[in-house]
Design a protein around this ligand. Sequence first.
Ligand SMILES: [Zn+2]
Length: 237
Amino acid sequence: MTTKVKAIVLRAIDYKDKDKLLTLFTLEQGKLTASMRGVKAPKAKLKFAKEPFCFGEYIIENTKGNNVITQVEVIENFFDITKDIDKFYEGCAILDVVSKLSNEEPNHAMFIELIKALKALCYSNVKKYYVFDKFLLKIFENMGYYFLSNKCSSCGYDLSDNRYFNLDVGEFVCEKCKNNLCVKISNACFAGLKFLAQTDYDRLPNLHLGGHAEIEVYNLLDKNFEWRFSKRFVQIV
Ligand SMILES: [Zn+2]
């Protein structure tokens, strides 16, 4: 059976002598693995099509349960992400999040968000962490874990200066409702989260949060991810 899918390469590992085994995140079939034959040979065509971050149209032949890629038309290779070490680590964290949260079910919202994030990372100069933070905020929202409310999730009281993030439920609570699974969130961190959520990718280069808020935002998203999904993404260093 032959299928054509739009896909982004999440991972590529050596396979047999000259082959690669790719993990693809596809628009039509979610995550799948497929091999590419002979691509490690020095003169192999489709050089970019086997690299992480590549976005293309892949033709896959399935015989006896094995997926083999027979043809690729590269749409965008996002190669510049790999030329800047900061962008590279951030891009790897984004691919890792997709890899950990996707399965064989299609997820159009996640696919579209991934393309937007990779484009922003590749073609504009956004401060480190921001593209990843925004991507993650959108992923939480798409999966039903939106948490940027101005009211305490427990009593409904307006949150002013004393905000706590309840890791157990993944929402903000007030001083009175906090328990020992809550972490204090600074006003700068809360404002940073809101700015990141409300700013489109193409306007992210104009955004500057304070140094401490930046770290706090990232750490909160990291913890929330761990509590919601019981796993951690590869860290941006
Ligand atoms: Zn409360």
